[in-house]
Design a protein around this ligand. Structure first.
Ligand code: ZN
Length: 143
């Protein structure tokens, strides 16, 4: 599907976030890390809040995480999303950085069974020929 045909919102990368989206396209979850002290951070930033360094690196994550919080949307102001309700929005803590929260959706799962603490794995949705969106699946052990 082309970007023009996709009905929903797509990533709008900037120079700081482009490596995150490039990795998603390779079906990898990466987080930005400080090039000096190694502290992971998200969303990407130009300076480390820990040590003040402007050196930037990227670290590949396992793709495993834990459901931190969730909501189920039943009404939306976005016309193109009205056909999709109800849908969930989740916050996920990656295993390697539990202080970080990633937003996404849990797919292929009954929204009424979502609960904090579920083990999740990243799922790479090739939404268009140019855009891969990171969503989440419940890990087999928690189904
Ligand atoms: Zn640092």
């Amino acid at each position: 599907m082309s970007t023009e045909e996709y009905a929903y919102l797509l990533p709008q990368p900037n120079p700081l976030t482009q490596p995150f989206w490039d990795a998603a396209k390779r079906h990898e979850l990466v987080l930005q890390e400080c090039g000096e002290c190694g502290k992971l951070r998200h969303p990407p930033a130009g300076i480390c809040a820990e040590c003040g360094s402007e050196a930037i690196g990227w670290r590949t994550m396992s793709g495993r995480g834990t459901l931190y919080s969730h909501v189920v949307v039943h009404q939306t102001a976005l016309p193109s999303w009205r056909a999709a309700v109800p849908y969930n929005i989740v916050m996920v803590t990656p295993d390697e950085a539990p202080e970080i929260r990633l937003y996404g959706n849990v797919i292929d799962f009954d929204d009424s069974k979502l609960k904090v603490g579920l083990s999740l794995v990243a799922a790479f949705d090739d939404a268009t020929s140019d855009d891969t969106i990171i969503r989440w699946r419940v890990a087999d052990a928690d189904v």
